[in-house]
Design a protein around this ligand. Structure first.
Ligand SMILES: Nc1ncnc2c1ncn2[C@@H]1O[C@H](COP(=O)(O)OP(=O)(O)OP(=O)(O)O)[C@@H](O)[C@H]1O
Ligand SMILES: [Mg+2]
Length: 474
């Protein structure tokens, strides 16, 4: 079998030579072009495992080649070489479908890492090509929105482009991120999801980048951070809007340099991590209000994946419900009685797919012979969707300016001697009640409420978000 062949496109003789030598040493075959015209001629004749092109060429721009290769030679990854600090070019190339980029001056260790992962894409390791080859998608649903989403995920899995996933709570953001990872050439390496809102600010740097033994009191041995743990794989920054500004700066640096430095270490180490970020907030708005750095936003938000709320794809209720019942009690062991789907379809599901799971799990506990009847559903009737599918926010605004918890409190907590039939839900309910009481007592002063409860402001804000407790004018 012959070696994979790489096409290098660069008009600078020195750089071209450096790239050629590096690639040859990796056991690869190389063709070199100095212009777009030559590159096109090579592409028409041969098959390449990777095209590596400079951005500025005598007869045009590398981005043109990116567009041509991604449309005419779909299976061929193409990466670009960009000038240092030119985030713009890198982002434009990734948006146009480039597999990845390297910056000038080219760091050879990073070049090698990039080439290796491009080879995995083009030789069809892991989930490539596309979702059809791997395991069936875990994202259930036949609605056009869901089909489109699965197709998009299949495409995104083939590149390194940072993805920003948006969607309401429980709509499947983490599941989608896992799916991208599972279908990518990184599938054999770790997928690490980090909840940025849950890490105390003082520990963030250590958690993300690791530390050396003795770097601070209590650092008894060297420890890796999330970046090292996800090396070769995917790092999901969940609730990314919660990152404090100081940490945003450090993160931006790590992304730009593709290197991190452990606390207490003198040297940086290269990391090869694909980034996926997620939030249920409007990041662009956070940029406007100065809560989120524009430059980091630009770097993370290269490709947007948005998950539709369940109420906008009610066609999927049937397949989703049946798949969940099968998973909960075994295939075919439980069914939905008459009118159940219609009743579910009239509900607005502020908690989306996760809420559907919870509703079904509870209903199963009440159901006879595995048949769920309308009476077994305990939907929070206050949140039933209007026939005109009026937005939930409108319904909330109409309520008195008291603290609003949504979804509205579920069943009243059982009497002290009764055992709760769903411990996590019960505990959430207790926690929600306590937080609401503290907020009511302090006229919704979150700083004071946090003090009352002996937690930090950040912790309180995080719990409020998690439990969907909104301040009157939030
Ligand atoms: N399309 C889907 N098919 C099957 N299961 C789904 C789908 N979407 C979401 N789920 C399930 O719903 C639950 C919530 O999904 P997930 O944790 O990915 O949501 P999320 O958007 O990350 O929520 P949050 O905003 O609360 O973090 C999970 O159990 C997940 O497996
Ligand atoms: Mg999540």
């Amino acid at each position: 079998m012959s070696s994979p062949r790489i096409l290098v496109v660069d008009d600078e003789a020195d750089l071209r030579e450096l790239l050629e030598i590096t690639l040859l040493k990796m056991g690869l075959d190389v063709d070199s072009a100095e212009t777009l015209g030559q590159a096109r001629a090579f592409l028409a004749k041969g098959e390449y495992a990777l095209v590596l092109t400079d951005m500025r060429l005598p007869d045009g721009l590398g981005i043109e080649l990116v567009r041509e290769v991604t449309t005419l030679y779909k299976g061929t990854p193409i990466a670009v070489i960009t000038a240092y600090g030119s985030a713009e070019n890198a982002v434009v190339a990734l948006k146009a479908g480039a597999f990845d980029y390297v910056t000038k001056p080219v760091a050879l260790d990073q070049l090698r890492i990039m080439v290796q992962s491009a080879l995995r894409v083009s030789t069809g390791q892991a989930g490539q090509p596309g979702p059809a080859a791997g395991a069936p998608s875990r994202l259930i649903g036949e609605s056009p929105a869901m089909q489109g989403l699965r197709a998009q995920i299949g495409r995104l899995a083939r590149s390194m482009a940072p993805i920003s996933i948006t969607g309401e709570s429980g709509s499947g953001k983490e599941l989608a991120a896992r799916e991208i990872h599972a279908q990518s050439s990184r599938a054999a390496k770790p997928f690490i999801a980090v909840n940025c809102g849950a890490i105390p600010e003082a520990l963030m740097e250590a958690e993300f980048f690791g530390y050396r033994k003795g770097a601070f009191t209590g650092a008894a041995e060297d420890r890796d951070g999330f970046f090292q743990a996800a090396n070769g794989g995917t790092l999901m920054l969940d609730e990314v809007a919660d990152l404090p500004l100081a940490m945003q700066v450090k993160l931006l640096r790590a992304i730009q340099e593709r290197r991190v430095r452990k606390i207490g270490a003198t040297a940086e180490e290269p990391v090869d991590v694909r980034l996926i970020s997620a939030t249920h907030q409007d990041l662009a708005k956070c940029v406007e209000t100065g809560k989120f750095r524009q430059d980091l936003f630009y770097r993370l938000n290269v490709i947007e994946l948005s998950l539709p709320p369940l109420r906008e794809r009610l066609d999927d209720l049937g397949v989703l419900a049946n798949a969940m019942l099968d998973r909960l009690v075994g295939p075919g062991q439980a069914t939905l009685g008459p009118q159940v789907l219609e009743t579910l379809a009239a509900y607005s599901f502020p908690g989306n797919v996760r809420e559907l799971e919870n509703v079904l799990e509870r209903a199963l506990a009440f159901a006879n012979d595995g048949v769920i009847e309308v009476g077994d559903l305990s939907l929070k009737s206050a949140r039933l969707a209007e026939p005109s599918s009026a937005p939930v926010a409108a319904a909330q605004a109409a309520e008195p300016p008291a603290p609003v918890a949504s979804p509205a409190p579920a069943a009243v907590p059982p009497a002290p001697d009764a055992l709760p039939n769903n411990l996590p839900e019960y505990l959430e309910q207790v926690e929600r009640d306590i937080i609401l009481r503290a907020l009511a007592q302090t006229q919704f002063n979150r700083t004071q409420a946090a003090q009352l409860l002996g937690i930090s402001f950040r912790q309180l804000r995080y719990q409020m978000q998690k439990l969907d407790i909104q301040a009157p004018e939030d």
